[in-house]
Design a protein around this ligand. Structure first.
Ligand SMILES: Cc1cc2nc3c(=O)[nH]c(=O)nc-3n(C[C@H](O)[C@H](O)[C@H](O)COP(=O)(O)OP(=O)(O)OC[C@H]3O[C@@H](n4cnc5c(N)ncnc54)[C@H](O)[C@@H]3O)c2cc1C
Ligand code: FES
Length: 318
């Protein structure tokens, strides 16, 4: 991405649902085929970029299909678009004009994602994208450490794919944290030779380290402990290593700290409420450190969502 491959112009377009199914208790996987305008805009989408989905006209599923704790939320209207990144983007072979399909992994936790989970094959969604900057791969990078927490993992799976096909000289290691083996947006399994792996990274032959809160698979604890252990046990050139992280803000703050202690540059994908995704509504402010110490406001949707962790004031999100 060679500071970031040329960004395609963002556009409003329609996506058609090809498939949409639960992959665990709270997570769903959806494949969307883009129309011609969307396919042009997304032909070179960068991992970490996102799109804003309009789910206003989508209906919720039957009451009995809605988890009890989300029944009140299901009654709320969805007025604003919602941001989602991708775990996968691919061009459909032999199409003219070229057609792009996007893979989305999402957690059902409120009115918009409940409506998304009720979409079926053939349903259409209005989308705006690609938005934001995405992760960058500086020249000379030799080691990439991908660190994902829960629903922050999808853009790192996308980055894993990008590194595998476009940066064959970079050695990539993935770290994935989740609450439990049953409830994660990725597939954890035991490989007799290497132990616990995540299938979505293993498919690119990327070494994976797993942590779960309940210890149901991998390390019992937080994923940042696995990163610290790996850094302590392996040799790497700090100046040629990059940490890429996406997940809860507490995890990002911890990984930023670990990277700084090891003199490694760390790119974090930050999350804010994003009502427009295009820099108009100012709902996604983030404070960037300045030399004078007073800080300056940046927009997470437009200046980010990916930032150098050394620039970020963590802990602002309510
Ligand atoms: C750049 C970007 C990329 C994103 N990519 C993805 C993605 O690939 N997959 C995905 O599932 N989500 C992703 N999100 C988060 C997603 O936008 C929200 O989960 C979604 O907007 C929730 O809408 P809702 O109406 O269902 O729930 P809301 O009513 O908006 O939220 C319901 C409850 O969940 C809490 N909540 C909202 N978002 C989160 C979160 N991310 N983690 C934990 N609690 C939360 C809220 O505080 C609230 O209490 C992304 C967000 C950003 C900014
Ligand atoms: S989401 Fe509107 S300015 Fe960032």
């Amino acid at each position: 991405m060679e500071k970031s491959a040329k960004l395609n112009k963002k556009t409003m377009f329609t996506g058609t649902v090809l498939s949409n199914a639960a992959v665990s208790k709270s997570y769903y996987e959806m494949t969307i085929e883009l129309d011609e305008a969307g396919s042009v805009a997304f032909s070179n989408v960068i991992p970490g970029q996102f799109a804003e989905f309009d789910l206003r006209s989508a209906a919720v599923g039957p009451r009995e299909s809605i988890p009890e704790e989300l029944r009140d939320a299901s009654q709320r209207q969805v007025l604003l678009r919602r941001p989602f990144s991708f775990f996968d983007s691919r061009k459909v072979l032999n199409t003219n004009p070229e057609i792009v399909r996007l893979g989305i992994l999402y957690c059902v936790l409120g009115p918009a994602t409940l409506r998304m989970s009720a979409l079926s094959k053939g349903d259409q969604i209005s989308m705006i994208g690609p938005l934001g900057n995405g992760f960058s791969v500086p020249d000379g990078t030799k080691h990439a450490l991908l660190v994902g927490g829960g629903i922050g993992t999808p853009p790192l799976i996308h980055l894993a794919e990008h590194l595998t096909y476009n940066h064959t000289d970079i050695k990539t290691v993935a770290f994935a944290g989740a609450r439990s083996v049953e409830n994660a947006p990725f597939t954890m399994q035991i490989d007799n030779l290497v132990g616990a792996t995540v299938a979505e990274f293993a498919r690119y032959e990327i070494e994976t380290h797993i942590a779960t809160d309940d210890g149901s698979i991998g390390h019992k604890g937080v994923i940042t402990e696995c990163v610290e252990k790996w850094l302590g046990e392996n040799s790497f050139d700090a100046g040629m290593t990059m940490v890429y992280a996406c997940g809860p803000e507490g995890m990002l703050a911890a990984i930023a700290n670990i990277a700084e202690k090891n003199n490694i540059v760390c790119q974090v994908s930050m999350e804010r409420t994003m009502a427009c995704g295009t820099g108009l509504c100012q709902s996604c402010a983030i404070t960037k450190k300045t030399e004078g110490g007073e800080g300056e406001y940046k927009l997470c949707c437009k200046d980010g969502p990916v930032f150098d962790s050394r620039e970020i004031v963590f802990g602002e999100r309510q």
